[in-house]
Design a protein around this ligand. Structure first.
Ligand code: C2E
Ligand code: CA
Ligand code: CA
Length: 761
């Protein structure tokens, strides 16, 4: 979950970063485009200004040469000659509308033949010409006059004046010409400018403080009529607005700009509310402002065009990144699912494991109406297969068992491998046919398994507990089902349904375990001894038996607490006590009474499997001083159920050291004659259960008889325990039993009572 969230938050982080980058890039791109346009339009302005300048310089040169020619030999006085000059010159300069010579009073003296002199105004009197003509009279340079419609030439022209002076420097007259204002073919129109741009040439303030346009290209002529363009001065507000823009951007005044000759560019909103990009330059020679402007939207449009590309690239990258993330997230999910499966399942059988069980428990238990049966299954004798044939076979059987289990239960049930050869099943509880189901299950699972041509038979012990009747949570339910399984295990290949008695027994077990620990510290244990009598009536020996009187639980019989001690790991310690105490007490008694008799000590399997058991025992015997040949260890058959090969060497060593070995409770277990033959045993102890009914039940007496015969054959002596009556003793003696033990002779006695018993014997 967290990884998934992380991947997507990383994606959003990248997305945000990308958007930020996109915005920054777009912004810088916008600035670049804006700068480009500014630069471009400043460049245009320079070109236009340059080109206008050279055009006027060329015209000035023509007028200058013309003046010099007219002055030579005072030819200007000859009107016809002058006109011819004018006409010749006009042919060579078709962009000029005509030439004229004006006297200092402002009247035309002569003109090229195309000029209708009668329609030409007096230049000193006409408002279009008065101001510039006056300045031409005092200047020795060419002066630009206003642009206006000249009726005598029938053209819109830019008037140009140049005074001619005699050698004394006195003004003789003024040469005038008109540069045709042809918007289509004008010299200025040849510029390679984008059609959207407008350029305008404006003469700087005249003596009257007015500014008139000299020329503008066509682009925005629709907003003004031609008369308005050239006859109405440029509004002062525009000049001021431009001035303050330049001041803001460049920190210089218009006067500074005139002197510097630099090209500037800026943005401005004009009187028609158009947002414009403007570029401006001043030509000092002819006192001309050269202005180029373009609607600022061109910048935005250009930007939008590149933005579309940017946006497309951005979206594409993000689509790719998104797909990449999606793929990662998907792979991650697959991996997580796999991992989850691994965590939740057993790798060998692919069954859900305990982790899964816990996780799904809540789900199953969340249906309150639903009663659930838990089955705790343990395979019988599985260890033998594992040990005898190897784990390969063991694993193969587990896999097949798992398959059978899965096929046996429907999908409402959960089959879990709890570990080893243990399985747990949760299934809906149907009390009425539960036993039937369990029997069927046992039959189904215990059918033979064929693995690599070897047939295996396997049994199973099942314990069941019910939710919510027996337990409300999974842990206690498991422990109860396990307890029931343990019960079943005693008989094998059966099921056992958990009962409340089992529970109280269990509780008592817990109680016992708790008290055992403290009891051992508080010295609550003591030993008693039950005499064993030979067939001839002499004393053979005693069997040491432990007794426990607990402060809280009262007298606890050994059958109850020995198994608890075994299950909880307390047995070795308790065993040490038993050995030490009985060795000491019996040695003292034998020394005091100057008697020699056998001492039998019960040894639990748990003690026997301790590595140092024998060494410790021998050491204790040495310390106390009792003869080794007087000591017999009583062991039970269940020692051989699992692995005889492991215990045999130990038993051999015990025998080598001169200790006796007695096989306790003989006849109740599984020991075969074969095994018995290999064991280094001195004594067979006929179990009390055969002795009990030896007089009434035929099979029991037959059993007792054959055990005794078997013992004879294997040269072991036989001991009958639990002899309570003389009749039992007599019959056993008839069967040739060697030794007798039981209430008929004596109950187990404390060491003091044992001394009394022997004295009275
Ligand atoms: P076990 O080894 O078979 O001990 C014989 C049991 O039979 C003893 O019970 C004894 O008191 C009882 N018994 C002997 N003769 C008669 C008789 O004529 N009638 C009746 N009704 N019972 C008789 P106890 O002492 O209660 O011990 C029970 C079991 O507890 C023992 O069975 C043994 O397995 C275990 N146990 C007792 N003491 C020790 C011990 O010191 N070490 C170990 N490992 N186990 C012990
Ligand atoms: Ca015994
Ligand atoms: Ca016994």
């Amino acid at each position: 979950m967290t990884i998934k969230r992380n991947i997507w938050s990383l994606f959003y982080f990248v997305l945000m970063g990308g958007i930020f980058l996109f915005l920054v890039l777009s912004y810088s791109r916008y600035k670049d485009i804006e700068d480009d346009y500014h630069q471009k339009y400043r460049y245009f302005t320079g070109i236009i200004s340059q080109s206008a300048h050279s055009r006027f310089a060329q015209d000035e040169f023509i007028l200058e040469v013309l003046g010099i020619q007219l002055l030579t030999d005072k030819q200007y006085q000859d009107t016809m000659k002058t006109q011819k000059f004018f006409d010749d010159l006009l042919k060579k300069n078709p962009t000029l509308a005509g030439f004229g010579l004006v006297n200092t009073d402002g009247d035309f003296v002569s003109a090229s033949s195309n000029v209708n002199l009668s329609k030409m105004p007096n230049l000193l009197k006409d408002s279009h010409t008065e101001e510039s003509f006056k300045s031409a009279l005092v200047s020795d340079k060419m002066v630009l006059g206003r642009t206006f419609y000249v009726a005598g030439m029938d053209e819109w022209v830019i008037m140009l004046y140049k005074s001619i002076r005699n050698t004394g420097g006195e003004v003789i007259g003024v040469l005038a010409t008109g540069l045709i204002l042809d918007h289509k073919n004008s010299f200025l129109n040849k510029m390679d400018l984008p059609d959207v741009s407008v350029f305008t040439i404006v003469k700087d303030f005249n003596a009257e403080g007015k500014m008139y346009r000299q020329f503008t290209n066509h682009a925005d002529i629709e907003l003004l009529t031609q008369e308005e363009v050239y006859d109405v001065p440029v509004p002062l507000e525009i000049y001021q607005a431009v001035g303050s823009n330049i001041k803001d951007k460049y920190g210089i005044s218009m006067e500074d700009l005139k002197v510097s000759g630099e090209t500037v560019s800026f943005e401005l909103t004009d009187q028609w509310n158009r947002h414009l990009l403007m570029s401006l330059m001043f030509d000092e020679t002819y006192q001309l402002w050269c202005l180029v402007q373009v609607d600022f939207s061109i910048v935005r449009e250009t930007f939008m065009k590149s933005l579309v590309t940017y946006f497309f690239v951005f979206m594409l990258s993000f689509f790719i990144i998104f797909m990449l993330f999606k793929r990662i997230a998907r792979l991650d999910k697959i991996k997580r699912d796999e991992l989850l499966f691994q965590v939740m399942h057993d790798p060998l059988t692919q069954l859900p494991n305990r982790t899964y069980l816990y996780k799904h428990w809540e789900e199953m238990a969340s249906h309150p109406s639903q009663n659930i049966d838990m089955l705790f299954i343990d395979l019988d004798n599985f260890k033998n297969i594992n040990d005898g044939f190897g784990h390969r076979y063991g694993d193969a059987i587990l896999v097949q068992v798992a398959q059978r289990l899965r096929s046996f239960f429907n999908e409402q049930s959960l089959v879990v491998r709890q570990g080893g050869d243990e399985f747990i099943i949760l299934m809906p509880c149907h009390e009425e046919n539960r036993e039937q189901t369990l029997n069927k299950l046992i039959e189904f699972i215990s059918q033979p398994y064929l693995i690599e041509n070897i047939e295996f038979s396997i049994g199973l012990s099942i314990g069941t507990a019910q939710y919510p009747k027996d337990a409300q949570n999974i842990e206690s339910l498991m422990s109860l089902a396990d307890t029931a399984m343990f019960e079943a295990k005693k008989r094998k290949n059966v099921f056992c349904i958990f009962s409340s008695e089992m529970q109280s027994r269990n509780l008592r077990k817990v109680d016992i375990e708790h008290e055992l620990r403290s009891g051992m510290k508080k010295d609550e244990f003591k030993m008693v001894y039950q005499p064993q009598i030979n067939a001839d009536g002499t004393v053979h020996g005693v069997e040491a038996l432990i007794r426990w009187e607990n402060a809280r639980l009262g007298f606890v019989p050994p059958d109850q607490f020995i198994s608890v001690a075994e299950d909880t790991g307390l047995m070795p310690k308790l065993g040490d006590f038993i050995i030490q105490r009985s060795l000491q007490e019996i040695y003292r008694l034998q020394s005091e009474m100057k008697m020699r008799f056998q001492l039998s000590i019960n040894i639990s399997v748990r003690q026997l499997i301790e590595i140092d058991f024998l060494d410790k025992l021998l050491n204790e015997i040495k310390i106390c001083g009792l003869e080794r040949s007087l000591i017999t260890l009583e062991i039970t058959e269940n020692l051989f159920i699992e692995d005889i090969e492991d215990t045999l060497p130990l038993l051999m060593r015990i025998k080598e050291k001169g200790l006796g070995i007695s096989l306790d409770d003989f006849g109740t277990g599984y020991s075969s004659l074969n095994i018995l033959r290999r064991l280094p045993i001195n004594e067979l102890k006929i179990d009390k259960s055969f002795v009990d009914d030896i007089l009434t039940v035929k099979e029991d007496s037959a059993m007792a008889k054959s055990i005794i015969e078997m013992g004879k054959n294997l040269s072991m002596h036989t001991l009958a325990e639990g002899v309570e009556t003389i009749e039992q003793a007599n019959l056993l003696r008839e069967f040739d039993c060697d030794i007798f033990q039981g209430y008929y002779y004596s109950k187990p006695l404390s060491i003091d009572d044992l001394a009394k018993f022997f004295k009275a014997f």
